[in-house]
Ligand binder design. Structure first.
Ligand SMILES: *Cc1c(COP(=O)(O)O)cnc(C)c1O
Length: 360
């Protein structure tokens, strides 16, 4: 609290990102970063971009990057918006497309940045509970709304919805924006980008942070009808004309063009996810069906918070959410095979020392 703050600043509830310890060497399975390096072509492109040209501003429209994304998805450049991280793209979307009189609908358990934006922009919003299986049920969204937002696959559950169900949702809400946050789409779910060509109300938001291993570069994008994109440009140009620097534009353009590197690394992560899932189940965990680069799992014998704290003592960071309905789950990012082997070594130690004997 401070007398210097604007009144609204007192009321904000900022997002808390996963821990990014700068000191100890942890096995870091807590923020869904990619364990593999970015495309070597992206690295080379960025190294080339470090030059005297940095005295010049970057292209405010980042047309080179928009074109590279458009080529990858076979859409027109006018369908593409880019920003400094998908969090920024989401923020502009909440401000410019999802702030209406009727309530914005979103899942009660999903990306915890949504409530932060809702609060920041004072948006009328309504949480829709996930069903008993922790899944999104679109029947529950058949009600008055000023827009709908959800991640597909959902975070932190990892569960995906079908394209058919998204299409029906878009048909049932032709006058509202349906925003699909596809941060994890490349790890096993189907993108709604093709639907954006037929439904002017569908906006897909993606990021370079997860499947393209560039979390530190901060690049995100949206694909939708020119009408939606123009709305986003209006907000962006009222906030920051040059959200992407020259290095980011070069790096991200090269990264999205390198489909071979992208496919190989995604496949490796998917394979490790499947072996990790089996191994966790063998240790008595219940694991939700994941289409992402993380696993959401619980153990009925040891509280998740205990597991989280004990794993941390063992040098393994996973993510724990102290939040109703999911406070007995751990979110475990898929690392390299070697990291997961170490994870299981440490987990086995914790399970041995902390196992609560079942008493009659
Ligand atoms: C990681 C993540 C983002 C943010 O990605 P950035 O581009 O790094 O800001 C957005 N939505 C969800 C659901 C995420 O998990």
């Amino acid at each position: 609290m401070s007398k210097f703050w604007s009144p609204r600043t007192h009321e904000l509830n900022p997002y808390t990102p996963g821990e990014q310890p700068q000191d100890t060497q942890y096995i870091k399975l807590n923020t869904n970063e990619n364990p593999y390096p970015p495309s070597p072509r992206a690295i080379e492109a960025m190294q080339r971009a470090v030059s005297n040209d940095l005295r010049l501003y970057s292209d405010p429209n980042a047309n080179q990057l928009k074109q590279a994304i458009a080529d990858f998805y076979h859409v027109d450049r006018s369908n593409v918006f880019v920003g400094n991280s998908s969090d920024e793209v989401l923020a502009h979307s909440f401000a410019g497309l999802l702030n209406h009189t009727k309530p914005l609908l979103y899942p009660d358990i999903s990306y915890s940045f949504y409530p932060a934006y809702i609060n920041l922009f004072a948006i009328n919003a309504k949480k829709i509970p996930l069903d008993d299986q922790l899944q999104i049920n679109f029947d529950d969204y058949q009600q008055e709304n000023g827009g709908i937002v959800f991640p597909n696959p959902n975070a932190p559950t990892g569960i995906a919805v079908t394209l058919n169900s998204i299409e029906t949702l878009a048909q049932n809400n032709p006058n509202q924006v349906i925003l699909i946050d596809e941060a994890y789409i490349d790890f096993g779910a189907e993108t709604a980008v093709p639907l954006t060509q037929r439904y002017p109300n569908i906006l897909v938001v993606q990021t370079f942070s997860k499947s393209r291993a560039l979390a530190g570069l901060r690049v995100g994008f949206a694909i939708g009808s020119p009408e939606l994109i123009e709305g986003l440009e209006r907000v962006k140009n009222s906030f920051n004309s040059y959200p992407l620097d020259r290095i980011a534009i070069e790096g991200a353009s090269a990264a999205i063009a390198d489909t071979a590197h992208f496919k190989t690394t995604c496949q490796k992560i998917i394979k490790t996810r499947e072996t990790t899932t089996k191994a966790l189940k063998a240790l008595g965990f219940s694991v939700l069906e994941s289409s992402t680069n993380f696993i959401f799992a619980k153990n009925d014998k040891i509280p998740a918070e205990t597991l989280y704290l004990e794993l941390k003592k063992q040098g393994v960071l996973v993510r724990y959410f102290k939040q109703p309905r999911i406070d007995n789950y751990l979110r475990i990012t898929i690392g390299k095979e070697e990291e997961m082997t170490l994870f299981f070594e440490k987990l086995t130690i914790v399970l041995k020392t902390k196992a609560i004997p079942i008493t009659a």
